[in-house]
Design a protein around this ligand. Structure first.
Ligand SMILES: [Zn+2]
Length: 234
């Protein structure tokens, strides 16, 4: 095979591997970020739940205080009622007492509702905490793997870069530029074999003259249709 063509084939093989590794270099940190965001989201949910629990506990405490102060007021009114000799004052006091009792009943209902909600929210804390710990643990293992994979990828890239330098010196600048352009434009297939008398890259039938030249492999022959460099597969 023509030496330049052989070099281009090696180069294509190297560049294909490089492209995959370069994609990995982008993909790995991106995946790691996504996983981290998932861990953060679960933790944030737990923290919000805790805040909500605290807020409800404070609200419940306020309700208790409010009920207590009303009970004290009620007690004072009860003493007043017992001492009262006057019917209209007694009626007014009784009415006041009933109002306070009704209000307290409503507060009591609210407090009980809150306690139910608090229990419900706090019951989930344990479960969520375990979930966070588990997700965090999985993430740590994943991150460790990512680091390892990244280091390996970089190392492989360095090796390929060295290989690439060794091969590119065997090809003229003009041929190399054409190859580079084709590699980009033709999805990483700049050099391809012929299949009988057909370019395997674009399925165009070669002219007899071109077919002969490809077979002789003295020069690099490019497909008239897709411009790929052609060779005969041994
Ligand atoms: Zn072609």
């Amino acid at each position: 095979m023509n030496e330049s063509l052989a070099a281009l084939l090696s180069l294509q093989e190297i560049d294909t591997k490089r492209a995959r590794l370069l994609r990995d270099l982008q993909r790995i940190p991106r995946e790691q970020q996504q996983r981290l965001a998932e861990v953060d989201a679960v933790r944030t949910r737990l923290e919000r739940g805790r805040e909500e629990g605290k807020r409800m506990r404070a609200e419940e405490k306020n309700l208790e205080l409010e009920m207590k102060s009303r009970d004290e007021k009620l007690e004072k009114l009860r003493v007043q009622a017992n001492m009262s000799r006057d019917t209209s004052t007694l009626l007014a006091t009784n009415h006041q007492m009933q109002t306070i009792k009704d209000e307290n009943a409503k507060l009591e209902d609210r407090a009980l509702g809150l306690v139910d909600r608090i229990n419900e929210v706090e019951r989930d804390f344990d479960k969520q905490e375990k979930e966070v710990a588990k997700i965090q643990e999985l993430y740590n293992a994943f991150a460790e793997n990512c680091e390892k994979e990244l280091a390996e990828t970089k190392q492989q890239l360095e090796t390929l870069d060295r290989d690439k330098s060794g091969v590119t010196v065997k090809v003229s600048r003009e041929i190399l530029e054409t190859y580079n352009r084709l590699f980009q434009a033709r999805d990483g297939l700049a050099v391809c074999p012929i299949d009988g008398d057909v370019c395997s890259g674009c399925s165009t039938v070669l002219l007899p003259n071109d077919l002969m030249k490809v077979k002789s492999a003295k020069d690099i022959i490019y497909c008239k249709s897709c411009s790929r460099a052609l060779f005969v597969q041994k």
